[in-house]
Write a protein that binds this ligand. Sequence first.
Ligand SMILES: *Cc1c(COP(=O)(O)O)cnc(C)c1O
Length: 383
Amino acid sequence: MKNFLINQYKKDSIFKINHNYLKKQFLSNKKNIFKAITGVVKNTDFTLGKSVNLFENKIKSLLQSKYVVSVGSGTDALMLSLKALNIKEGDEVITTPYTFYATIGAIVTAGAKPIFVDVKNDYNIDENLIEKKISKKTKAILPVHWSGRICNMKKILKISKKYKLPVVEDACHAILSKKHGKIAGNYGEFGCFSMHPLKNLNVWGDGGFVLVKKKKNYEKLMLLRNHGLVGRNKNLIFAYNSRLDTIQAAVAIEMLKKIQNITNKRISNAHKLDKYLSTIKDINLIKRDKSSKEVFHLYEFRVKKKQSRNKLLTFLRNNKIDAKIHYPTPMHLQPAAKKYGYKKGDFPNAELIADTTISLPVHEFISESQLKFMFKKIKQFFS
Ligand SMILES: *Cc1c(COP(=O)(O)O)cnc(C)c1O
């Protein structure tokens, strides 16, 4: 087993239009961030220092949440939220097969079994198929707001209430997403976010946080992230070490100053692409929901003819556009899921999306001419 990421970084850097914007971002605000880091180093409050509290307070007001607990990653945000609900071996958690590995990793490392429900054309869990999957063992529902499109939370919360099943939102793609004026992460008992370097709000390493509604859950999470300690010499529960580093909190505070601009730029880039690409009849765009503010962690469209997808992908990549697939294999067909006995055909919509989807970069450094170039190349491919 090798660290495959080093080669991946090399492979990704050959493109002209890239998904990875970190070098540009670094050049545009390194001065402020280095200054903030120096401040932490001088204070030496590396673990759960001042910047951590400050960051949590800023998130609290930005996302209008009662409580916020920062943690070591988005994966830990999910796993610790499930742990706070006392989820354990033998329990089941209902979720989507069309997600990033971490959603399922968090469920499994919390001890539970992931129970998949197929997705709709918007890549989100099909709320109408959830009830059929509820059993005596079900302990939570874990919807993912894919790409920053909020799931049908009205229906999901109705189910949650009817069956007394708490909702843990995977909002890792969805910072500042809104639907009917309500901010992502505030629907469920827990709203989980990642600050991985390639998320809309990022740090220079790993980080995450959880929005929490109830005091009881907040206190449990605070214990879980820091060894179960209430003081230097008092250990209430044996738990984890998953703290947001003070250095990363300082980086996050600087990045938070940009998040509105980053979000607005992603939205405007995506809307422009929607306008351009709607003229190409060989692809399907995702239907936009007028009641939602979608924050475009990804910009995806679907190729109508399955056989053309990989050819278009290769064509775009040969033209120095870092087109990608997020992701080519749904979770139930991953080798890691083998023990659950799922097979091809179990979640036909998730499988079809995985076979036909393509993502284009829409981050804040993508220019109008780059958007036009991507459009031109896709059009050229189909003509
Ligand atoms: C990134 C991501 C996570 C995990 O976040 P990390 O900070 O990388 O641990 C979880 N769920 C989804 C949907 C994600 O995209």
